[in-house]
Design a protein. Structure first.
Length: 315
């Protein structure tokens, strides 16, 4: 029973149409599911992923009218997006220059070439050269980005905590991750970032934990991250629910999101974690070739479709 990598990351936007334009037109991702927050149906929940909506490739957004995030610790601070090759990083740097996207130079970080950038709300992202490792990439033929330069998936994800000890215990003893190395924290060189590996390892299966006791506590908002989710095989779901219960980890208990099943809990520094199944997948209720083109609702919300659609803005 083992986590196999990053499943998805859910962030917050205060402007769904602008966010949709950035992630589909600038980054070339596919909108694979247009739905609503199941706990707040006045807000979109938009899933952007590879051409097939594969687990481990989707960055998702809740659409809430909130102020910008105030950055700090106790938070997810950077989302890696895996690409392949130095030529691809050079292509993205030129694209960001041409489109006016805030970005840095390409640097080597933790042994991988990395290009940091931000979306229009300050969401902190990175293109990370994974050397073509991991699962097969599924490009999207309608993307404005050439297939060879498209984003392959997520990882690594970086979080910031003021103290490592209790978080380390949860990551290693409860979640089964392995602490494998550390490096100087970018922009905070006096501190260290510790790398935790899941399953097969590699960028798609790493959580990086920066220990930054000198930072203020982050305040959530647009441009920030709501939670990070980790992958498990469908068959392991009940065992993970039982494991969290056995170790008395306060959690949501089983939650069926229709396209996957989830378990939610907070690590000791308050960052929200999710464990999510790979299946049944986004094509459960839509044909693969038309994913994300219309509003999709789980069965228990279908009876409210008219009211929900009336409350949503046009993307």
């Amino acid at each position: 029973m083992q986590l196999t990598g990053i499943h998805h990351l859910t962030a917050v936007t205060g402007n769904a149409p602008a966010s949709h334009a950035f992630y589909t037109k600038t980054l070339g991702l596919r909108l694979v599911k247009k739905t609503v927050n199941q706990d707040d149906v006045t807000a979109y929940h938009l899933f952007y992923a590879d051409g097939r909506g594969s687990p481990g490739t989707d960055i998702t957004f809740f659409d809430w009218p909130v102020e910008r995030e105030q950055r700090g610790t106790h938070s997810v601070t950077r989302t890696g997006m895996r690409v392949s090759g130095t030529d691809t990083l050079a292509w993205w740097k030129q694209r960001f220059q041409d489109l006016g996207v805030t970005h840095s130079d390409v640097v080597e970080r933790d042994g991988r070439l990395t290009l940091d950038f931000e979306d229009f709300e300050g969401q902190r992202l990175s293109m990370v050269d994974d050397g073509g490792q991991g699962e097969e990439a599924h490009s999207w033929e309608r993307s404005p980005v050439p297939a060879e330069h498209q984003i392959r998936g997520l990882g690594p994800i970086t979080i910031s905590v003021p103290v490592l000890d209790h978080t380390d215990l949860v990551l290693t003893k409860i979640m089964g991750m392995t602490r494998v190395r550390d490096y100087a924290t970018p922009g905070n060189e006096e501190t260290r970032t510790h790398v935790y590996q899941m399953g097969p390892g590699g960028a798609a299966a790493e959580l990086h934990v920066s220990v930054e006791p000198n930072l203020a506590i982050a305040q959530p908002g647009a441009g920030g991250v709501h939670h990070v989710a980790f992958r498990i095989p469908d068959a392991d779901y009940q065992a993970w629910a039982e494991r969290l219960n056995h170790v008395r980890m306060p959690s949501s208990g089983p939650v069926d999101r229709f396209w996957f099943r989830s378990l939610y809990f907070r690590e000791p520094n308050g960052i929200l974690f999710e464990i999510a199944t790979d299946g049944p997948g986004f094509a459960t209720d839509e044909p693969m070739d038309t994913l994300g083109e219309t509003l999709s609702l789980p069965p228990f919300l279908e009876g409210q479709r008219q009211q929900i659609e009336a409350g949503l803005q046009t993307l």
